[in-house]
Design a protein around this ligand. Sequence first.
Ligand SMILES: Nc1ncnc2c1ncn2[C@@H]1O[C@H](COP(=O)(O)OP(=O)(O)OP(=O)(O)O)[C@@H](O)[C@H]1O
Ligand SMILES: [Mg+2]
Length: 439
Amino acid sequence: MKLQHQLNIAFTTLLLVIMGVAGYVIYSLILDLLIQDEQRQLRQYGEILVNVMNEEDGTSQYAELLQDQDLQLFLYDRNQDAVLFSTMSNQIVKGLWENNDFADDSESLWEYGDSNFVTSRILFYPQGTGIELILLTPMNDIQAVQRNFIARLLLVFLIGAAVAVLISTFLTNKLVTPLSQLKWQLKKIEKRQFDDIERISATGEIKEVEQSVYEMAEELKRYMHTQQTFFQNASHELKTPLMTIQGYAEGIRDQIFDEKDQEKGLEVMVTEVNRLKKIINEMIVLAKLDSEPSAYKRTQVKLSSVINQVEERALPLVNEKEIDLRHHVEADITLMADEEKLLRALLNLTINGIRHAKSQVIINVYNRNQMTIITVEDDGDGVPEDLIPHIFHRFVKGKNGETGLGLAIARAIIEQSGGKIEVTDSELGGAKFEMTFPE
Ligand SMILES: Nc1ncnc2c1ncn2[C@@H]1O[C@H](COP(=O)(O)OP(=O)(O)OP(=O)(O)O)[C@@H](O)[C@H]1O
Ligand SMILES: [Mg+2]
């Protein structure tokens, strides 16, 4: 069932229950209140009559006076237990006399046949005379008032309920409309129509959900875009060496090369196969970093030892390029990280530095403002301005570039260690890669 209908039903049911209880309470109280009110009125009226009759010398002229009143009443003598006078018909007087005990003044309701009477009794002065004026009102009259009252109450309730249902429909509609609009936006996300997504005006929690959905869509769009470029770049990067290999392989098979060219061809094929292997290995590393955070095993790593290993592994390239590779490591700095992977990240940066340096590469490790900072800088030409915003993206490479995955891998590792990496200009003249880790 639709949420709006559920809310409306819940609200209406609640309203009906409240009205039902209120109605029942009012219904059961109203008769008592009406009876009490009637008795009060009868008493007031009766007291006036008794006063007048007392002034007019006892009860002698009562008959005329009482007859003139449009009232149902008795004059009752307590001492003789006898009715002296009544404005009611003999038959009713007789009936009431037989059914009720006139002497019992605690009984305020009298019965006769199907109908009841509300009574009110006033004693004449002086009390010794024992004469009482008893005024009566048929219950039917009071019940008619009660019915009238209840009918009006019902009408008010009905109007109230109708207004409440209207308000409830309006409010739930206001509440549910943004939700159904959100549903349509989610359908668009499902169909990947990211550009058609519209913002929804809502308030409170729904606004928060809407904001999250919007951010999620943006993130998904970004993710799909990077995936797409990744695959495009990857297939392009894999295709180039494969086509070279294919060209030489077919040439050798069809014997179109002379011996010298054949040898060169085989040489190129081996180089390209190695390049393919490297690309594929790096892609696997990246995919693992993305999909298996559990493969990242953090331990307390001593940075001086990691830097030494980096230097050891970079040694062949250092010698080949005749580069001066130095390091300054503040004593005993450690980091919570996966040692093997941190080594890989720093090696990528160092090899980049050596490859682009003119004569020197410096690695610094120090603590500052409760941060551990590692920098790798060189005296090369630096990173071109236009490359800086994309340099950590996959397959992005500049001149003298190889696969363009080294920095992407380094960034993934640094971020998994809780750090940040950025590139700036080095005082040596080249590029400076700076990694910061909270201590
Ligand atoms: N120290 C540096 N000085 C100048 N340019 C650099 C430096 N380091 C990286 N770059 C530029 O950034 C690009 C991307 O570097 P990255 O390490 O990601 O890829 P790569 O070195 O080309 O290939 P590999 O995957 O083998 O590392 C490089 O191609 C290069 O143009
Ligand atoms: Mg590199």
